[in-house]
Design a protein. Structure first.
Length: 283
C-alpha cells in the first residue's frame, strides 16, 4: 500500500506508513504566483492500493485533498483518511438560508472508503458518496492519560454531550468521570459545577473531542480551581486552538494541554497513527 500525506498531515502520514511497514510517498506542494495550489505525487499510483491522509482545517487543505484524489484516479483502490474534517460542525441548518456545509464538503470527497477520526457529528458520514467509517481515538487518549501517573484522576466532560467520549476514554482504566453542569442563580450569575462528584483535592482532566477558541474551557478551569481541584489538565482529540486559545487556557491555570496529531500542533503529543494503521490492515 502506498501512503500519501497531504500538506496538513505529513507527520501523521509518515507515522502511519511506518506502522504499516512502508515509507510515505513524497509529494511536492507549492503555489502559483496567483495563489492557486500546485501539488505533484512523485511516485506512480496507477493500479496501486493508495491511502491518502489529509486533515482539512482550512479551505486550502480541502482543495489539496481534492487534488490528491484526482491525481490518484488510476489507483486500483483509494482510501481517504480525513483525521480532522473542517466544516463538520455545520451539520444542519441553524438559521434559514444556511447551507449544510458538512454535507457540501462530504459530497466532494470520492474514494473507495473514507475514514474520519472522532468526527464532531457522526451523521455527517451519511453524506459521503461511498462507505465512510469514524475511528475512535478515545482508548489511545485514555492510555496516554494513564501514563501521567496522576493520583486518583477525575475525568470531566465540559457538558453532558461529551460525557460519552469521557466514558470511552476512562473505559477499562478505572477512572472516575463526570460532566459539568451550568446552573443559573440569577440573570447574570451562573455557576459551573460537576454533576455528581466533588473535585476538591483531585487532579482533574477536562476531556473533549476538540478545543477551538478555548473560551468555555478557560471558564471551566477557573471554576474547578476555585472549587479546590489540585490541578487541571486538558485532553482532546483535535487541538484546533484557534488564535490565542493556548495562552487563554494557560492564563486560566491549566497545567498542560494534550492533543493528538489529527492536527499537527505543538500540543499534539499523541499519535493516532496506530489506530489508522490497524484499521487499514483490516482491509
Amino acid at each position: 500500500m502506498k501512503v500519501i500525506g497531504g500538506p496538513a498531515s505529513q507527520l501523521l502520514a509518515s507515522r502511519t506508513a511506518r506502522a504499516l511497514g512502508t515509507e510515505p510517498v513524497l509529494c511536492e506542494f507549492n503555489r502559483f504566483p496567483d495563489g492557486e495550489l500546485y501539488l505533484r505525487i512523485t511516485e506512480e499510483t496507477e493500479n496501486e492500493r493508495v491511502t491518502l491522509i489529509q486533515s482539512t482545517p482550512t479551505d486550502s487543505d480541502l482543495v489539496s485533498l481534492l487534488q490528491l484524489i484526482d491525481a490518484c484516479e488510476g489507483a486500483s483502490e483509494l482510501n481517504v483518511v480525513i483525521p480532522y474534517m473542517g466544516y463538520a460542525r455545520q451539520d444542519k441548518k441553524f438559521k434559514p438560508g444556511e447551507p449544510i456545509s458538512a454535507r457540501a464538503v462530504a459530497r466532494c470527497v470520492r474514494a473507495d472508503r473514507i475514514f474520519t477520526v472522532n468526527i464532531h457529528e457522526k451523521s455527517v458520514l451519511e453524506h459521503f458518496p461511498c462507505p465512510a467509517e469514524n475511528l475512535d481515538a478515545s482508548k489511545l487518549l485514555g492510555e496516554y492519560i494513564a501514563g501521567f501517573g496522576l493520583e486518583d484522576p477525575l475525568l470531566i466532560a465540559p457538558d453532558s454531550g461529551a460525557e460519552g467520549l469521557v466514558k470511552n476514554v476512562s473505559s477499562g482504566l478505572g477512572f472516575d468521570y463526570d460532566h459539568l453542569e451550568k446552573t443559573r442563580l440569577s440573570g447574570d450569575t451562573v455557576v459551573i459545577k460537576t454533576k455528581n462528584l466533588e473535585v476538591t483535592g483531585r487532579h482533574v482532566v477536562l476531556v473533549d473531542d476538540m478545543i477551538a477558541t478555548g473560551g468555555t474551557m478557560a471558564e471551566s478551569i477557573r471554576m474547578l480551581r476555585d472549587q479546590g481541584a489540585a490541578g487541571v489538565y486538558i485532553a482532546c482529540v483535535h487541538p484546533v486552538l484557534a488564535r490565542n486559545a493556548a495562552l487563554r487556557l494557560f492564563n486560566a491555570g491549566v497545567k498542560d494541554i494534550i492533543g493528538t496529531d489529527t492536527l499537527e500542533k505543538a500540543e499534539s503529543r499523541l499519535s493516532v497513527a496506530p489506530l489508522i494503521a490497524e484499521t487499514l490492515n483490516g482491509f
